[in-house]
Ligand binder design. Structure first.
Ligand SMILES: NC(=O)c1ccc[n+]([C@@H]2O[C@H](COP(=O)([O-])OP(=O)(O)OC[C@H]3O[C@@H](n4cnc5c(N)ncnc54)[C@H](OP(=O)(O)O)[C@@H]3O)[C@@H](O)[C@H]2O)c1
Length: 314
């Protein structure tokens, strides 16, 4: 199964994306139960890779509770460190998360995340950037290498922004005791931001794992009057989707699967309905011609990420 489940929208009642429908997540208990049901449905539908983070509100705790109901060595959990969730489930919060790439934050968050062992297989720096200096922080890198050996983890990082490829290249050169630290890269990729394709062959060559996030461009792939410049894209996408009898979400996920070799793709579904729709990527293949059409929707990195920055927590 190429699809994994991301838990960002399952752990935070408010999330950065284009919400097409208003959802009332004010009852935290009901929100939690709904999210738990999505995890269970994902498992029943064959998903075994679950991506989470302390920055995703109650997601890590929810996953821990859910894992207690399972005894299955094929389940793999990936978590992260580096963001602290600060919204306290308040929709009007002004600050939803705080980023900190220090050794003390790593140790503090590891102290909770280690409860996900033995299912925990991947430990990632959440949104590694050149600015935070995390790829030059010897103490942090040595601690990550120690955790890798001690718990047989893959060490990864996630990238966001216009210079994803630059960050990945720099990370490939990071060594501790003569060995590369990073085994896995979680990267934003979709037909609007195709920059991962510049480095995916090299990652495969070096035997690195690739995980794709934001495959639906945070909801921007769905027809939306707020994005008139995508009007032609919406028309083409809907035509291809109709031909395969699926939604545009499955088309976008399939594009990622067929254009990046050996990648896991994260579904960001917030409901079981969305998840089932996403999973339709397993029912068809895109033709070369269709892939060419999707390739043509590429926008510049600057435009992609400036539009992404304007998305709100909703
Ligand atoms: N490391 C990082 O910095 C980082 C950043 C972002 C994401 N991630 C990871 O990647 C995962 C996926 O990314 P993402 O959720 O941000 O982006 P995404 O997959 O591009 O977008 C997900 C959103 O698309 C909507 N959606 C999905 N299927 C749909 C359907 N069939 N019909 C209508 N709407 C649909 C949902 O919006 P509604 O909920 O509004 O309905 C959902 O929240 C996350 O869960 C997380 O694990 C990591």
């Amino acid at each position: 199964m190429k699809l994994g489940l991301g838990t960002a929208a399952l752990g935070r009642p408010q999330y950065i994306n284009v919400r097409l429908e208003n959802c009332d997540n004010s009852d935290l208990n009901a929100f939690r139960n709904k999210s738990f049901a999505v995890l269970e449905e994902a498992y029943n539908l064959g998903i075994r890779y679950f991506d989470t983070a302390p920055g995703y509100g109650l997601a890590e705790e929810l996953l821990l509770d859910w894992l207690l109901t399972k005894d299955d060595k094929t389940i793999e959990v990936a978590t992260k460190w580096g963001y602290t969730y600060t919204a306290n489930f308040n929709p009007n919060a002004t600050v939803h998360e705080i980023k900190e790439h220090s050794l003390s934050k790593l140790k503090e968050q590891w102290n909770f995340s280690k409860k996900l062992l033995p299912y925990l297989k991947v430990y990632q720096i959440h949104s590694a950037t050149l600015e935070t200096g995390v790829l030059e922080n010897t103490a942090v890198l040595e601690y990550l290498s120690f955790l890798k050996k001690e718990h047989h983890l893959k060490i990864g990082l996630t990238t966001t922004g216009t210079n994803q490829v630059e960050v990945i290249k720099k990370a490939l050169d990071v060594l501790v005791d003569g060995e590369q630290v990073f085994d896995l890269f979680q990267v934003t990729y979709n037909f609007l931001d195709q920059s991962l394709s510049e480095i995916s062959s090299e990652l495969n060559l070096q035997n690195k794992s690739i995980v794709i996030k934001e495959a639906l461009a945070n909801g921007r792939i769905f027809s939306n009057k707020k994005y008139p410049h995508y009007k032609e894209m919406y028309t083409s996408l809907e035509k291809i989707a109709a031909q395969h009898n699926v939604g545009v979400d499955a088309i976008s996920l399939k594009y990622c699967e067929q254009t990046i070799t050996n990648a896991k793709i994260l579904s960001g579904a917030s409901t079981t309905h969305q998840l089932k729709e996403n999973l339709k990527l397993n029912d068809f293949l895109l033709s070369n011609n269709e892939i060419e059409i999707l390739h043509s929707f590429k926008v510049s990195n600057e435009n992609y990420w400036s539009e992404r920055k304007k998305l709100e927590w909703n």
